[in-house]
Design a protein around this ligand. Sequence first.
Ligand code: SF4
Ligand code: MG
Length: 335
Amino acid sequence: AGDLLDIRDLRVEFRLGTRVVHAVNGVSLTVKRGETLVVLGESGSGKSITFEAVTGILDTPPGHVTGGSARFDNQNLFELSDRARRKICGRHIGIVMQDPLSALNPVYTVGFQLAEMSRVHMGMSKASANARALEMLRKVGIPDAESRFNSYPHEFSGGMRQRLLIAMAIAVNPELIIADEPTTALDVTVEAQILALLRDLREQTGVGLVIITHSMGVAAEVADRVCVMYAGKVVETADVRSIFGNAAHPYTQGLLNSIPHQMSGQRLTPIPGQPPDLANLPAGCPFHPRCGFARDQCRTEAPALRAFGKAEHQVACHFAETVAALPGATSKAGH
Ligand code: SF4
Ligand code: MG
């Protein structure tokens, strides 16, 4: 009980000829009812693929789940038939993709596409689905909803298209919305509006939110909890305050220190080096080639995700206690 989504030890591989890309390497995380979980990481960290695997939109083949479970409402989605899983996901999980144009069909009006959601997934009649579509357009703040109902996606601006995708995601009254980089393509003003919209919807409906992003700013703006991923693993997870005030993983600290300083606008130390080759992961801690704290143990022994101080703070680093205790370790982030 309690957890809406419970992912345990998820593993996803992509087989490309003889190359095996280890995209997700034992991810465990939970989403509680009504909370906003921000999943944070650079590209290639496995954050999108984790949720694509769970919702069944992973590009298969060559990507496939090789282990683990994903329980939604206490049902393991991986034990269901594709059909049954699509049905559950379509009805209970709303998905907002990064690129609205690829998620919207250019040949149908936005009103039609929106009404389809309630028709297909909720079995609504055409008339009630149309009424609901109009209501959703208003709810996400599309001006002149009646006249925009019969417009086509290309007639909308980027920000308005993102609102449309959110309208489609909430049309089925889901318990969970998964939004993958929902604001990456938008300028900062529109980004702030979209984040405010998601926050409002969460407050009005109690929907749980997963927001996948590479931006610490987005996390600071909307998260209740943050889950930091690196090389297909969760390296740190905690409530947002602990992440910004008491980060214990060197990678999380690196992300915090690379935020442009609020006052000076100066970018502090970016994390040196590159994320690892997922087809050829380093032994031991996957972060060790970039880690300023790495010692011998780090090169041979992979750190497990473990409790750190506060109840729900977890970190995968052998030396988290030392790292967190460094003076000014995270205060440079300007929070
Ligand atoms: Fe750095 Fe070692 Fe911690 Fe990995 S386990 S993050 S290499 S100190
Ligand atoms: Mg992605």
